[in-house]
Design a protein around this ligand. Structure first.
Ligand code: 5AD
Ligand code: SF4
Length: 455
């Protein structure tokens, strides 16, 4: 009998990738994915711990699932609730105490054990035993050895995790505690996965890692490789036409990696490179290991090689000790650098991180005012960047059908979401292909274009 699996994903692309792998590992156990939690036999919340709001959301969702479990138990159906991801890793014991309805808790490095945990829970329940399972070890290499990716569906674009964890210890961040220390997968296993994706029809791979540009490994000929060498090798695979990578740290933006943006034609002109703040004093307190000058030098070097590079970033406002003057320096940096898009957040104290106990915590109201001003500026820049492609013909990778019969959805080399008017061609025929599109109009989040020809 097939069973239904519902997974809710919170947070970053790493979690999106992990969710896909959980679906893969549960498939041989007879589980198919559902979008309706009410139908599910197994409900997984794949959680995020990066900011407080994300954590609160998990607890309120647990309350919602509790109601589903009660309703289903009246129909003699035992629904299993599993909490995975970074909240599970950081406060697994706390979840178990606070939410008795939770059957199992597992971390980002143990989800390959999900079938075992679920089967154990089912057999214990069958003999009337109450079972609660907690598995939050951080041994990451075992996980990748056990994950099979053989049954990926044909999609135009896919994530591929090549690195996990972080040793940078920015003082605001939980990642080094929830995902563990920096770990690069072996080049051999990454290449195997990249070939499988290409065989399944994937055209664009996004290489993932919390510190993806810290990736390093030994090639089959014994050479030490970093991200640029890995990208060059993946670019040789037939069918792979686009490569992206995220998230990067300025500290690991080597000259070689910068050069790769000009040398590897598959490497897309888009880079997510968080700076976090524009004040050197704040950057130091954040333990970022870069300053504004070194960051600006990287951007200038990249733009020498790719003048059209679309730059993205992350910003935190209201870090402890951030003064009005410090914040103005962030605004000035944004004005000077110019972003195609960016993410910005109010500083959220995370338990166990050094910044949480720093003095001079900034008032919430001031954080909100600063965030509004910064987001207004970033939005203006995003509109400006999007409008700059009007009248140009861009290569668009078609991912899906569009909102209407006559349109398709795709992405430009700059990661822009583009609605393409097809003028009689079928969206199904174009899915997974790169086509020429004349850009007609652009707003902050969506761009409209017309199909010119299959490229
Ligand atoms: N508060 C606010 N934002 C944070 N980020 C990480 N930790 C925090 C925090 N404690 C942001 C950073 C990071 C992005 C993934 O989330 O900008 O780059
Ligand atoms: Fe967190 Fe800093 Fe590591 Fe990024 S580099 S994951 S912000 S500790």
């Amino acid at each position: 009998m097939t069973k239904k699996l519902y997974i809710k994903t919170y947070g970053c692309q790493m979690n999106v990738y992990d969710t896909e792998r959980m679906i893969d590992v549960m498939a041989p156990e007879g589980y198919t994915q559902t979008d309706a939690p009410d139908d599910a036999d197994l409900i997984v919340l794949n959680t995020c711990h990066i900011r407080e709001k994300a954590v609160e959301k998990v607890y309120s969702d647990i309350g919602r699932v509790r109601k589903i479990k009660i309703k289903q138990s009246k129909n003699d159906k035992e629904v299993i609730l599993a909490i995975g991801g970074c909240v599970a890793q950081a406060e697994g014991g706390e979840i178990m105490r606070r939410a008795p309805v939770v059957d199992m808790v597992f971390g980002p490095q143990t989800y390959h054990n999900l079938p075992k945990m679920v089967n154990k829970s089912i057999s214990l329940k069958a003999i009337g035993e109450k079972s609660r399972i907690l598995d939050t070890s951080l041994a990451v290499d075992e996980k990748f050895n056990q994950l099979s990716k053989s049954d990926v569906k044909r999609k135009a674009t896919a994530f591929l995790t090549i690195q996990e964890g972080c040793d940078k210890f920015c003082t605001f961040c939980v990642v080094p505690y929830t995902r563990g220390s920096e770990f690069s997968r072996s080049i051999e296993s990454v290449m195997k996965d990249a070939h499988k994706l290409a065989d399944a029809g994937v055209v664009e791979v996004t290489l993932l890692g919390q510190n993806v540009n810290a990736f390093h490994g030994q090639s089959s000929t014994g050479q030490e490789w970093g991200l640029p060498e890995l990208m060059a090798e993946i670019a040789k695979i037939e069918g792979i036409e686009r490569i992206r990578y995220t998230t990067s740290h300025p500290h690991d933006m080597t000259d070689q990696l910068i050069k790769a943006h000009g040398q590897i034609k598959e490497c897309m002109p888009y880079l997510h490179l968080p700076v976090q703040a524009g004040s050197d004093k704040v950057l130091k307190a954040m333990n970022r290991t870069h300053d504004t000058a070194s960051y600006k030098k990287i951007i200038a070097d990249l733009r020498k090689i790719r003048p059209d590079l679309a730059l993205s970033g992350d910003f935190i406002v209201g870090f402890p000790g951030e003064t009005d003057q410090d914040f103005e320096e962030t605004m000035n940096l944004v004005r000077e650098v110019r972003y195609a898009q960016a993410y910005s957040f109010k500083y959220s104290p995370r338990p166990g991180t050094p910044a949480a106990t720093m003095e001079n915590q900034v008032d919430e109201a001031i954080k909100s005012q600063r965030l509004t001003r910064l987001q207004e500026l970033l939005k203006q820049q995003q509109i400006e960047f999007n409008k700059s492609v009007i009248g140009k013909t861009l290569k668009i990778l078609i991912e899906n059908k569009g909102k209407t019969e006559d349109t398709a959805f795709g992405r430009s080399p700059y990661m822009q979401a583009v609605q393409v008017t097809l003028q009689g061609v079928s969206a199904d025929d174009l899915q997974g292909t790169i086509v020429d599109v004349l850009i007609k109009d652009a707003g902050p989040f969506n761009i409209q274009g017309v199909l010119v020809a299959a490229a």
